[in-house]
Every structure is written in C-alpha cells, then in structure tokens.
Design a protein around this ligand. Structure first.
Ligand code: PMP
Ligand code: GLN
Length: 412
C-alpha cells in the first residue's frame, strides 16, 4: 500500500456491511431506506431505459449530464438567491463521496490544515490525509447533563473554534444536517463559522446531503447564502438522500467557477463521467419537484413529515429500554448511550479496542440488531470519547422499527 494510504485502510462500512451479510441482523446500521423511492423517480428511470433516444445509454458530458446540471442550476439558483451557471459552477459526481473527494483533493496542498468537526462522516479524514493535508479536529460537546437530549445540545465552543484557525488553515468541512448526530446548525452557529472563514481566507466545504431532511421547527440554512460566503463555499448534495435512492450513487458539488474548476480537474482525471441514464432520471425528478418546492405534495416536504413519527417512535423505545437517545433535528440517524445496558452484554467476547465496536458486534451476533459504533466518526485520539454511543438508522418501514423495538424490549 502506498505510504499515503497507510492508517487509512480500515473502514467501518466495509466491516459492518460484511457483518450484516454474515449474521443477517435487523439492519439499522448503514443508512438507507428499506421502503420504495417515490414512484415518479423509478418511472423516470423506466422511461429513460425505453426511450427512443438511444444515446441515453452512452457517455454523457464529463462534468455532468446537460439536463441534470440545468435542473440543478435552476433549483439551487432559487435556493441560493443567485444565478448559478450549469456549465462552470456545478460538477456531477459518483455520489456525494465523489464530490467530497474532488473538493478535498482539488484544494489541499501538502501541509495545509483542514478543520473537521467531530463526530464527522468518516471519509473526511482519510481524504484530507491522502491529499497531503493535516486534519485538525474540534468536537461538538454535549452541553447538557440531565433530561432529554436534542442534537441541538451538541455545540461548538466559540473560543476553541477560533483557536483552530491560523495561516495554515486551508478549509473547514461543515456537515448540516449532521451525520451521525442529526444536528441542524443554526444561523448563529453558521455565522460564527463564516466569520472565521472570511477572517482567515478559508474555504468552506459544506456537506448538505441531508438538506431536505429537517424536522419542524428547525430549518436548513445553506452557508453559501450568508454574506461573503458564496465566493468561498463548495456545497455538496446527493441524489441518494434527496430521492431515497442511495444505490444510484449520484452526487454533486456547486460553487463559484474558480473553486469548481479544481474539482473538475480531479474528476476528469479519475472518474471522468458518471452514468447517463441515472443522471437523466434524476433530472426528470428535479423537473417534477422544482415547480412544487415547499408545497405539501413536494417529496422534499413529505419525506421529513413521514420520517418524524419514525424518529419519535425510535426515541421512545430507546428511552423505554434505558438507552439515552439524542433526538435529531434532521437526517435519519439517532445516536444513543447504550451503557445503561452494559451489564447485559458480554463485551469480553469481542476483541475490538473500543467498547462501542464490541457492543455493536455482540448485538449483531447475539441479539440480531445492528447499529454503527459512534467512535468510527472520531479521530484516533478522540475515539474514547464516543465509546458509550451507538448510531441507529430510522428511515425504515414501521414494521422493521417495531421489530427493533421488540428485539430490544425482549432482550433487556
Ligand atoms: N456525506 C454524508 C454526511 C453522508 O452521510 C453520506 C452517506 N451517504 C455521504 C456524504 C455520501 O453520500 P453518497 O451516498 O451520495 O456518496
Ligand atoms: N451515509 C450513510 C451512512 O452514514 C452510508 C455510508 C456509506 O455508504 N459508506 O450510513
């Protein structure tokens, strides 16, 4: 393995997806819906596949299929309040992963510092390291010691954040709504980050893949809309999350042309172009949703409404069995403290260094329920902070959530 990958060879997803295949637990691990996507999106793909336009089965434009970048530009121009150029200000990639990869590899020079907020979607760290960058971690801290916890109770310390920035800081990665906590950053929190980015001339990579999955009364704010931030922000989205089709693995990045240009160079020298029929179908999806954005029949409005009772149901049964959940303001994950149940678990039968890995593996094998260990979302030096936590996914059929509830209730 090349030196730059050493230390980056372990992946919680590779390990836990294999574990699920072997033990067939009720899977609340990797995040994906177990119910069908909206009809119109699968119909769109059907239409594309049977279309007379046979070129829809061939290569399309490398930086994004014309119909899709046009649809994305139309929607985000409205949401950002600024005309976005589909040719130069958007890049379509292989999932949001591809957009993160091109953003990070396209902007980090050897030795540049990248600020990463813990916990974080795990791939940020290896991407920064393999680009030659130096990740600098700042934790969200739980500021509440008793009573029900909301993801809003996890906060950055303003002074600690200020102290992260210096002349070597190249970029900060922000993720709102947040995976795994479900935190929806407030305007005030985003302004604090934005002010530091402007002060230190730092780039902001804003991972907004859960932009539509926000629960009332919270509101998703795009950091690119704050004054002086469009110029220094690359925003990332995912069709997988937007239309509940994670297997379509299509994402995008948008931002000013001078920043997106670097991503295009990485992309044209790695993936070059993404699947044509899927991009065409996603374009049809956006064309359907754009005229009804914000209305009750819009999928981006109905999906969080559908998920909210699932969230509440999961929070209730986790509380019921004695786990202390952080109720998310957005996204479809819930983090919970499993340690009140520690006496029920044979932690010694697993060999992993961190207790949350041992807990989740033991549960998968012996109780038939899979979650993700939250220390996977922390840097090595801080993994111990997260050992008490497990992450469960709740974008699941009510039936399966009920099964999860029964499994836990019977076991505890
Ligand atoms: N960012 C975050 C915060 C995620 O949770 C995920 C997982 N889907 C991704 C990026 C990657 O998304 P995609 O599946 O579109 O590559
Ligand atoms: N974003 C999803 C999750 O956090 C999927 C992760 C993945 O596919 N690597 O579970």
């Amino acid at each position: 393995l090349p030196q730059r990958y050493i230390g980056n060879d372990k992946s919680v997803w590779v390990e836990y997806i294999q574990l699920a295949l072997e033990h067939k637990p009720l899977n609340l691990g990797q995040g994906f819906p177990d119910f069908p996507p909206p009809d119109y999106i699968t119909e769109a793909l059907k239409t594309v596949c049977t279309s007379d336009n046979v070129l829809l089965h061939q290569y399309t434009r490398g930086f994004g299929h014309p119909r899709l970048v046009t649809a994305l530009a139309q929607m985000y121009s409205q949401l950002i309040g600024k005309k976005i150029d589909p040719q130069t200000e958007i890049l379509v990639t292989a999932g949001a992963y591809g957009a993160l990869y091109s953003s990070i590899l396209g902007h980090i020079e050897e030795g540049d510092e990248a600020i990463i907020i813990e916990p974080y979607f795990d791939c940020y760290e290896p991407m920064v390291r393999t680009a030659g960058g130096v990740p600098k971690f700042i934790p969200l801290r739980l500021k509440k010691s008793s009573g029900p916890i909301s993801s809003g109770d996890w906060v950055l310390d303003p002074t600690e954040l200020q102290n992260m920035f210096n002349a070597k800081t190249k970029l900060i990665i922000v993720n709102t709504p947040h995976n795994p906590l479900g935190k929806v950053f407030t305007k005030q929190e985003l302004e604090m980050i934005a002010d530091l980015c402007k002060k230190w001339n730092v780039l902001c990579i804003s991972d907004e893949v859960y932009e539509w999955i926000v629960y009332k009364p919270y509101e998703h704010i795009r950091i690119a809309t704050l004054p002086g931030m469009w110029e220094r922000t690359i925003t990332i989205g995912s069709a997988g999350k937007t239309f509940s089709v994670t297997g379509w693995k299509t994402g995008w990045a948008y931002g000013p042309a001078n920043l997106i240009r670097n991503l295009q160079v990485v992309h044209q020298n790695s993936v070059y172009t993404c699947t044509t029929p899927i991009q065409e179908a996603i374009a049809l999806g956006f064309e359907k949703e754009f005229p009804r954005l914000g209305q009750t029949d819009c999928y981006f409005v109905s999906l969080p409404k559908e998920l909210e009772p699932k969230r509440n149901y999961m929070a209730d049964f986790l509380r019921e069995v004695g786990m202390n959940p952080t109720v998310p303001e957005g996204g479809y994950f819930m983090v919970a403290d499993w340690t009140p149940l520690a006496s029920k678990v044979d932690l010694n039968s697993e060999k992993d260094q961190y207790k949350d890995y041992r807990f989740t593996k033991w549960m998968t094998k012996n109780v038939g329920l899979q979650g993700i260990p939250v220390s996977a979302f922390y840097s090595d030096a801080h993994k111990h902070i997260a050992e008490d936590f497990v992450r469960y996914c709740f974008i699941k059929k009510d039936d399966n959530l009920k099964k999860a509830c029964n499994i836990l209730t019977k076991w505890k």
